[in-house]
Design a protein around this ligand. Sequence first.
Ligand SMILES: [Zn+2]
Length: 248
Amino acid sequence: MGTGLSLITGATAVAAVTGLAIGGYYYASLWPTSQIFGRTLTAPKLAPGKPGEIALTFDDGPNPAFTPRLLDLLDRHNVKATFFLVGQYASKESALTRLIAENGHLIGNHTWSHPNLASTAPHKVREELRTTSDALEQIIGKPIRFFRPPFGARRPHVLHTARELGLEPVTWNAMTNDWEEPSANRIAATLSAKVDKLQSRGYATNIVLHDGSHREPAANREPSITAATQLLEHYAKTHKFVTVDAWG
Ligand SMILES: [Zn+2]
C-alpha cells in the first residue's frame, strides 16, 4: 500500500481504494464518502472558529418498540435529528411517522423495501424511491427532499433517478456496527472518537445509528438508543446538533 492511504483507516476504505486502483466499480459504489458517482451530501468543512456540528441520523425505522423512546430522549435534550425511514414500515406505522415529523425532526427516504440499489434494475430503483416519497409525503404533508441509499450502495443511475425525483442523496462520515454491537459504551466510544478526529480536521460529523432494522420491524435497538443518549450528553455543551437540511 502506498503512503497515499495513510489518511484513510478501516478495512472498508482500504478495500475501496484498492478496488478503485484496479478500476473496481463495486467498492466505490459502497464507499460512503466516495464522490465518484456524483455528489452526495456527507458533512461540510466548518468555518474556522465555528463550534463543531453533529447530525444524528437514524436509519431503518420507524420501529414501534424503540422510536418512541428515541423521540422522548431527543425531546429531553431539545435536539432535532434526521430519520431515514423504510417506506413499507412507515406506511404501517403512519401515526408514529407523523409523530416524528410533528416533533420537528427531518424525515428522509430510505427506499420501500431496503434493497441494494447498486444491483437493482433502474425501473425498480425508481419505484422504490417514488412509492416511498409518495407514502411519506401523504403521511406528513411535507415534501421529502433527502434520500439515503441502503448500505450506502449507489450507481450513477441511482443518483440520477434520485435527483429527478427531487431527492438529494445523503451518506455519512461516522458509522459503527451498532446493529450488532451489544455494548452501548463501545458504540458511543467509537463514534465519539470519529467526531473528535473529524473535528480536529475541521469537519462536521454525520453520524448514522439504527433505531430500526431492515430485517425486523420491531428489532431491539437498546444499545443504539443508549449510545445516542451518551453522545447527546457528551457533546451537549461543545457541539451544535443539526438536521441534514442545515447542510443541503
Ligand atoms: Zn438501512
